[in-house]
Design a protein around this ligand. Structure first.
Ligand code: DON
Length: 306
């Protein structure tokens, strides 16, 4: 039986209110520190096209690391398994912007969702497309069905001007020979890619192809074959929420990808995509209220992959 999703969203909206003041907005990207942390939105896109939304679900927010999922899907669809020669598929157990493993694992990042891995994916896309950030933007427009999806230039510039850690990671990987394009070019493209904004409604729609085994549900465009879509879902489950991936799987039980803008995209394969946004983060860089909202979502709907 289909749950009453709108009623469940209303319940969750009431339950998360006390949490909205507990998280902290990302401040290492100065432009993101100006966001009001009290906001909360959530949207569901069912594969039959039905949608549900609550709260600030129509407000644009900075996708940040959620774009790593789009970049990976694009790179995997074009380059196939060859990408795994340059980036691994294991949880890192370290913060998303950590440098330590790069040194002792000789320039090969643990997975494509930590910053190091996403920089390698940007590098792979930079070798294939004239501008990798534009390629990811066009891909985001296609999978969301929204031609108005765009970069936020102020966020991109704010991140680029303070990207010392990502420069350090990129230079270290360049030294190990795992970055083929100039560091400045890769960082510029990566920062613009991370600045893409969407609403929860748009994000849930953008993720729906991954819930439908690689095919966009509303126009039957095949983005990935079902086996590749299964593999990306698996990576989201094991690596999509960084060093909190184990706890997130325990609490929520869905493949998901988070970003420091406070968004999380989660998938119920074969059924729906759900996007949540609340800018206050926990210590691991995942939305505090967003994670709780998804935990309640899978509990109240009895929908999880387990
Ligand atoms: O590179 C960074 O640090 C950001 N552009 C993205 C980090 C991020 O979203 C991690 N998410 N939880």
């Amino acid at each position: 039986m289909t749950p009453d999703y709108q009623a469940i969203l209303q319940t969750i909206y009431a339950e998360v209110r006390p949490l909205l003041s507990q998280g902290r907005v990302a401040s290492y990207i100065p432009q993101l520190s100006t966001i009001d942390p009290q906001q909360f939105g959530m949207a569901i896109y069912c594969l039959d096209g039905t949608t549900y939304a609550i709260g600030d679900a129509e407000k644009k927010f900075s996708l940040q690391s959620i774009t790593k999922l789009f970049a990976l899907a694009l790179a995997f669809s074009r380059e196939g398994d060859s990408i795994w020669a340059r980036v691994g598929r294991e949880p890192s157990g370290n913060p998303f912007n950590s440098l330590v493993q790069i040194e002792y694992e000789k320039g090969k990042p643990r997975n494509p969702f930590i910053n190091a891995g996403a920089l390698v994916i940007s590098d792979i896309l930079s070798s294939r497309f004239v501008q990798s950030d534009i390629a990811v933007l066009q891909f985001a427009r296609m999978i969301s069905g929204q031609a108005n999806v765009d970069f936020d230039p102020a966020v991109a510039e704010s991140e680029r001007a303070t990207a010392h850690r990502n420069y350090a990671i990129a230079h270290l990987m360049k030294d190990f020979g795992n970055l083929h394009n100039p560091v400045d070019l890769v960082i510029d493209s990566y920062c613009r890619q991370c600045s893409i904004t969407m609403t929860c409604t748009e994000l849930a729609q953008a993720g729906s192809f991954l819930a439908q085994h690689g095919t966009i549900p509303w126009n039957d465009t095949s983005i990935l074959d079902p086996s590749s879509a299964k593999r990306l879902n698996a990576l989201m489950l094991t690596c999509g929420t960084y060093d909190a991936a184990g706890d997130f799987a325990y609490r929520v039980g869905l493949p998901a990808k988070s970003g420091v803008g406070g968004g999380i995209l989660a998938l119920v394969p074969g059924e729906l995509a759900v996007a949540v946004w609340s800018p206050g983060l926990d210590a691991t860089g995942n939305s505090l209220a967003g994670t709780y909202a998804l935990e309640r979502f899978t509990t109240l709907t009895a929908r999880s992959i387990f």
